[in-house]
Design a protein around this ligand. Structure first.
Ligand code: LLP
Length: 449
């Protein structure tokens, strides 16, 4: 079992809590978040990168990417483990602030930040605003001028042309997509990225901290980061040559991949940190520039494996889906649970694969091929495309889907007017509700009749 242990009677235990007790107390579906696992993963990333980059004479700040999942408690945990918080909207920013994270330890991203979001960031002294376009550079400079404050600390998000990660929609550094400014040179050697950096250096309203690159998500080796680092450090040297400003910081983004299925090998933080640090040290020597300070923004790798979703089985329906060569039939058993694409859109959106286990007991029944589906009125409402469960799985059984801590609750919807499940933290045998279950009253509170 990837996320905990089983009791002698077969029930899964997470953070010392029996899932049957969790289900009885909090209902299902429920997101269960193992606090100790979250903290341990946050520490592992922070220490692995700190050690590797200190060894080359640089340093690293680790920003937890709140888009993966953020609540007030989780932002606090991240901070307690020495991480900063990366936010991508006014709502995420507010969550970090309510957790007591100082503005200086927060970054604000977004390709279309509103004026209100920019004002809030400036009000709170956000440590870095990552600008994503020339329009935004203008807009932010105008806002700072109008406010009459000191210069706003900015990084410029660039696209390095590196494609990395699991799925087209989550690979963000290639050219035909909305994020960042391209480093690809024009005929005269200039580039949108270099132009934006030169422009930012020359603005009295902005203090250019450095260059930001995020190459994708669910990345399973260090190669993409190394290539992107080379491009970014080259760009930094070009900026120094052109504008006389050697910026102090480089952010390599998030994207560190995790295991979703048994047998998959996640990215090892110590290994990737070491590989990237060695590469950047070599590149800086080649370029003859001193090393900048680095930062990274892992989200999924911190919270993904710390989360498990619990569901209750409602119906079990064997469906003949074909015939076998020897004239037999091929049956897939559809197991319907009490949630679905509203609590985890990733299978429908990205074709993401998950693992599932019977969680309330063990069974000797022969395994059958199942598809775990939700309760939405849509045939793409799949929780787990393909898995084996004991053949006696039945209504009332509990199923656990591991590695759902990232981009589950944060991308949840109310499709079909389903109230969103709670997030229940477990630690040392105790539970604490981080986000309570929505009720129909919550939903009707928005409906003006
Ligand atoms: N930094 C930036 C600028 C990002 O755009 C992202 C993710 C991250 C950090 C964190 O990436 P992570 O370490 O979590 O991979 N909804 C998709 C993932 C979208 C990621 C978008 N950006 C999914 O469910 O797979």
């Amino acid at each position: 079992w990837p996320a905990g242990a089983r009791r002698d009677d077969g029930a899964v235990v997470i953070g010392g809590v029996d899932v049957r007790d969790l289900a009885a107390e909090h209902g299902t579906p429920a997101y269960v978040l193992d606090e100790d696992a979250f903290r341990a993963r946050a520490r592992a990333y922070r220490t692995a990168f700190a050690q590797a980059f200190e060894a080359i004479g640089s340093g690293v700040d680790v920003y937890y990417a709140g888009k993966a999942f953020l609540s007030v408690a989780v932002a606090r945990w991240a901070r307690e483990e020495g991480l900063r918080v990366d936010t991508a909207s006014g709502g995420e920013l507010e969550t970090a602030l309510r957790a007591g994270v100082p503005g200086a330890e927060i970054g604000l991203h977004g390709n279309n930040k509103s004026d209100a979001e920019l004002h809030r960031a400036l009000d709170e002294g956000v440590g870095r605003i990552i600008v994503d376009s020339m329009v935004e550079i203008d807009r932010l400079a105008a806002i700072v001028r109008e406010r009459g404050d000191g210069p706003a600390p900015v990084m410029v998000r660039v696209t390095t042309g590196v494609h990395a990660g699991g799925h087209e929609y989550i690979s963000t550094a290639h050219e035909d997509q909305k994020f960042g400014l391209s480093v690809a040179p024009r005929a005269d050697g200039s580039s949108p990225a270099l132009d934006a950096l030169v422009d930012a250096v020359g603005r009295p309203e902005l203090r250019l901290l450095g260059i930001h690159s995020h190459i994708g998500s669910q990345i399973l080796d260090a190669d993409g980061f190394r290539v992107a680092a080379r491009v970014v450090l080259g760009l930094r040297a070009d900026l120094a040559a052109r504008a006389g400003a050697l910026v102090d910081e480089v952010d390599l983004g998030g994207g560190y991949g995790i295991a979703y299925l048994p047998g998959e090998v996640p990215l090892d933080p110590a290994r990737v940190a070491g590989d990237v640090a060695t590469a950047v040290a070599g590149i800086a020597t080649e370029l003859g520039t001193p090393l900048p300070r680095f930062s990274i923004e892992p989200g999924r790798a911190i919270v993904g494996p710390a989360g498990v979703t619990l569901y209750t089985v409602g119906t079990v329906k064997p469906i003949t889906v074909g015939t076998t060569d020897d004239g037999g039939t091929f049956v897939r058993t559809y197991v319907s649970v009490d949630g679905g694409m509203s609590d985890n859109i990733r299978p429908a959106l990205y074709g993401a694969q998950y693992h599932v286990e019977l969680a309330n007991r063990v069974s000797d029944a022969a395994p059958v091929l199942v598809r775990v589906v939700g309760k939405h009125c849509e045939s793409g409402d799949i929780v787990v495309h393909e898995a084996y469960l004991p053949g006696d799985v039945t209504a009332g059984d509990l199923l656990a889907v591991p590695a759902t801590g990232a981009y589950g609750r944060s991308m949840a919807s109310n499709y079909n007017m389903l109230p969103r499940p709670p997030v229940v933290a477990v630690s040392d045998g105790g539970t604490r509700v981080l986000v309570r279950r929505e009720t129909l009253d919550d939903l009707f509170a928005l409906d003006q009749g």
